[in-house]
Design a protein around this ligand. Sequence first.
Ligand SMILES: Cc1cc2nc3c(=O)[nH]c(=O)nc-3n(C[C@H](O)[C@H](O)[C@H](O)COP(=O)(O)O)c2cc1C
Length: 171
Amino acid sequence: MEFTKLINGRESIRSYDPTKPVDRAVLERILDAGRIAPSAANRQPWRFLLISSREMLTQVRKCYQKPWFQDAPHVLVVAGRTGEAWARQDGWNSIETDLTIAMDHMVLAAENEGVATCWIANFELSVLRSALSLSSEDRVYVITPLGYPRPGFSKKGQKQRKALTDVVKYL
Ligand SMILES: Cc1cc2nc3c(=O)[nH]c(=O)nc-3n(C[C@H](O)[C@H](O)[C@H](O)COP(=O)(O)O)c2cc1C
């Protein structure tokens, strides 16, 4: 898909058809877009946890109780460890930036495949931690459902955004 069309067309989708899982080959192309994402000092401090089994979905869905989230046939969790990420001399660590860039790559790759996503940060971390047996070292900042919208769903097709003049300063 043409890039400008792709980024304008991506929307947070809050409607998922529980009967339509995404093909393995499509999922792998999406995950591969995360694999090739840039990271500070190329540390690649991430793990991509793709939850599709009924048992794991039952556990993971408890971390975000919205009804539409319960319908998604897959949930993608990007996890990583601070100790594996790059740290600047002043102590700043790149983990959140690295993991978020990887997620953005995968969200855009999903859009390119016609697969719906929705960034979610408002999940219960402790629930996710225990569902996925994450250690206290593991960081998770965002997750997304993956799937196809329910029949009849249509995108808003309009972005609510500040004007370019409000956010850009040419110096
Ligand atoms: C870091 C981040 C966290 C978000 N967390 C949530 C969330 O917990 N629940 C939700 O429904 N949407 C969440 N969103 C989606 C935003 O509400 C959405 O991206 C924004 O309103 C713009 O709409 P659009 O994605 O359709 O363009 C999140 C988005 C980002 C980037």
